[in-house]
Ligand binder design. Structure first.
Ligand code: UD1
Length: 335
């Protein structure tokens, strides 16, 4: 079994990826500082896969910890999830975001080069496209100035990876540009665990349905879309996790000094109102909502062209929006 180091592996996307990796025959090793996740996730993962995963509590920019892990385990590849991701917070504390998100990537790359660990899958975001002029967005769609320091860290990290690969450091990298991850493991044992008030749509919807929040506010219904609310490409977290397994498999076949980037979305756009209606329908529950003001910095509409990931990584989503919203609700109910 090849050991894959997963930074941020106790988090939302990281934990689902750990499951998919294990099921594909890899041995996931998790490093997580638990700043935005809970150690109980390790128990839940054990419930799902029947094995206790190796876990190191710490910061993935802690070189002595990384060196210790590499002495104990031969690491075949790294999936780098660990990052801060709250858009609003990043505008108030930009240095925290630049320091953490960029610092951890630099530390990891230096470590990988020193230990001759070749393969890296990096968590990027469709935020790098800003509001694109043409839809759907392909990987060739020009990136735009970031709307937030968070978004800028993703752009800068992509640029760092390009330069590092060019320097012939001997590594192979895929950046995955995630669209909007939703859903949870179908078992209801792991899912998204927002700390405090959720900033993202679906956790807010499930918490409102559960009565934890009184009311969901839809940020604007006067945009140029079919019903006036914003459009996003909502991808089930299990499908997103599977894309990481496919990316690692693909990297193994590449020459040294390889870099490429893939969109990970369904290829379909849904409006915020459609999400709420679909949630109500599949779960037979009402969501209390009101229409509010637009959220500053929101992209009006974006969804992915997935031709590249479909044809090169042979990755196709297998969950629908209905599945995602059913699994998100199922997870909320277990909390
Ligand atoms: C945002 C970031 C994205 C980041 C992601 C991770 C932007 C432009 N994008 O995605 O880079 O990777 O968060 O957290 O900031 N909505 C409501 N009411 C709510 C919450 C959301 O109407 O209470 C709407 C939003 O206006 C938006 C849609 O739901 O139209 C999705 O919002 P959200 O879940 O926050 O994701 P993004 O903004 O797409």
């Amino acid at each position: 079994m090849k050991n894959i180091l997963i930074t941020g592996g106790a988090g939302y996307i990281g934990s689902h990826t750990a499951v998919q990796l294990f099921e594909a025959g890899y041995n996931p090793i998790i490093i997580d500082d638990l700043s935005n996740s809970d150690e109980k996730v390790l128990d839940r993962l054990e419930d799902i896969i029947g094995k206790r995963l190796t876990f190191f509590k710490g910061d993935c920019s802690d070189r002595s910890l990384l060196d210790q892990i590499a002495t104990e385990y031969e690491i075949a590849g790294v999936i780098h999830f660990a990052a801060f991701k709250a858009v609003g917070e990043s505008t108030k504390q930009p240095l925290k975001y630049y320091q953490n998100n960029i610092g951890s990537l630099l530390a990891l790359l230096d470590f990988m080069k020193a230990k001759q660990i070749k393969d890296l899958v990096f968590s990027s975001s469709c935020t790098v496209y800003g509001q694109p002029d043409q839809l759907p967005v392909t990987e060739a769609t020009p990136r735009q100035d970031a709307e937030s320091p968070y978004g800028n860290t993703k752009k800068i990290c992509e640029d760092i990876l390009v330069d590092f690969v060019k320097s012939q450091a001997g590594i192979r990298v895929v950046s995955l540009r995630y669209f909007n991850p939703v859903g949870a493991h179908p078992s209801g044992k792991i899912g998204e665990l927002p700390i405090g008030t959720p900033a993202n749509l679906v956790p807010f919807v499930t918490q409102t349905a559960a009565g934890i929040r009184e009311k969901l506010t839809i940020f604007g219904d006067d945009y140029d879309t079919i019903d006036g609310s914003c459009v996003r490409d909502f991808i089930h977290v299990m499908d997103l996790a599977d894309a990481h397994v496919k990316a690692l498999d693909y990297l193994k076949e590449q020459q040294d000094d390889f870099y490429d980037v893939f969109n990970v979305g369904t290829g379909n756009g849904n409006t915020v109102l459609e999400v709420i209606r679909t949630f109500e329908k599949v779960n037979r529950i009402k969501v209390n909502f009101e229409i509010g003001a637009r959220r500053p910095g929101d992209v009006v509409k974006i969804w992915a062209d997935t031709t590249k990931i479909n044809s090169i990584l042979h990755w196709h989503p297998s969950y629908s929006l209905e599945d995602s919203l059913r699994d998100s609700w199922n997870w909320q109910k277990t909390l």
